[in-house]
Design a protein around this ligand. Sequence first.
Ligand code: GLN
Length: 315
Amino acid sequence: MSFTEQEVELLSRQLPLWVEASKVRSAYGKTASYIPELAKAPQHALGIHLIDTTGTAVSSGDCSLSFTMQSISKVFTLILALMDNGEEAVFQKVGMEPTGDNFNSMLKLELVRPGIPFNPLINAGAIAISSLIHGKDSAEKSSRILSFFQALAGNDTLTYDMDVYRSESDTANLNRSMAYLLKDNGVLEGQVEEVLDVYFHHCSIQVTCSDLARMALVLANNGTDPVTGVTLIPRRYVQIAKTFMITCGMYNASGEFAIQVGLPAKSGVSGGILTMVPGRLGIGVVGPALNVKGNSIAGVHLLETISRELDWSLF
Ligand code: GLN
């Protein structure tokens, strides 16, 4: 289903105003600095791109800004791991429950036996998922991930931001400790440093809002790219991914986001948010200033406004 006439009319009139109103919120947030390279992002930028199943797109704000996917990539590595290994094998290594903790917490890995990550969208879970991607070495695994993302985005020029990759890899003491603990808990396959290399690579894949929107559209359309007609993901795995996006996609603010916006979504610490109106639209947002939970402060505000005004909540 495409945008309705009223939606197009309302969006073309109001979207630029809503973007400007939400942008103001950026002043109350901060760009991520624990990955030093991310601190350089333009704090006050805000952009949004929406695309429907007929390929009609609407965008507003700073849509030409490139940024790295960071945690948004976790949705798609989960899907690739499911496609490579099947459901049963994947859910021996990660659980299906939200943690209520920060995305990079390792508390429950120590405390709650059998010591597998609670879900695939927290760092520990995504690192475990990286170890499940098929390939003879980390280079082949990373290149399979990149090709999959290129197909989903309909953009074969997607590549890594190597400055962000190096910046993360050089400073990832917490993710490294987590990965070694996972290895000790018997969760990780293969060499820890190789698994981390795969993880840092997919977090540093560079996109724009329109790439995110196109990837989201494939999920919104149950795994088939409506623009090309090609099925890229089995429907069941899209269902799993979307469910995790509702319960864990916005970290420990997922409940609040479900109430205020009511759409499956995944955020990343570069300020990106991928979300969708199932069956209808793919949406990509970027706003690098983050709130205390690590979500784009202006991006969340913008999505709250749009969802309320257009009555898009699934609930
Ligand atoms: N690469 C980031 C990290 O591991 C991803 C985290 C995020 O986007 N929340 O810390």
